[in-house]
Ligand binder design. Structure first.
Ligand code: FES
Length: 163
């Protein structure tokens, strides 16, 4: 009778068995699924917030604006006007289709380049298709003495800030 040859143990030979291969493959799949679930969970629990720029503009000290001046705060889209009755701010956005208007100092008016609307320094329309005057915006002085404009807060016309 022939002696049957015994197969040597895998551990003894350093080979990887089929069982070990499938165990490692299963653990890898579990780890990948766990990482994916953690990523989706984090995304789900994170607040879905849009960080927009503040609507409040700091125009600096009032004494830099001489009486009678019209200053364009371009970044805020605002005209800061120092009239005889005090400070006030007008939105620079045309009430027709929302184009950015421009101060035409030589004419003393605010003009829209898109369709020709024109406004006086009170924001009243004097020409063109704009259906409404330019909105007046909230203006105040903060604790440091700076002029502040809130571009998101409109106020009634003729509300002047005396400084
Ligand atoms: S958007 Fe200003 S006139 Fe049309």
């Amino acid at each position: 009778m022939e002696e049957q040859k015994k197969k040597p143990e895998a551990a003894a030979t350093g080979e990887v068995t089929r069982r070990e291969t499938f165990q490692k493959l299963g653990l890898g799949c579990l780890a990948a699924a766990g990482a994916g679930a953690a990523a989706f969970g984090y995304e789900y629990l994170s607040p879905n917030v849009l960080y927009e720029p503040s609507p409040i503009a700091n125009a600096g000290k009032p004494d830099q604006y001489p009486s009678g001046s019209v200053t364009t705060l371009a970044e805020a889209g605002v005209y800061l006007i120092h009239g005889p009755q005090g400070f006030y701010a007008l939105s620079a956005t045309c009430t027709h289709l929302g184009c950015r208007t421009a101060w035409a100092a030589e004419l003393g008016i605010i003009a829209c380049p898109c369709h020709g609307s024109k406004f006086n320094t009170d924001g009243i329309k004097i020409a063109g298709p704009a259906p409404k005057p330019l909105p007046w915006l909230k203006v105040w002085v903060n604790d440091e003495g700076d002029l502040m404009v809130d571009t998101s807060a409109t106020v009634a016309e003729k509300q002047f800030l005396r400084v």
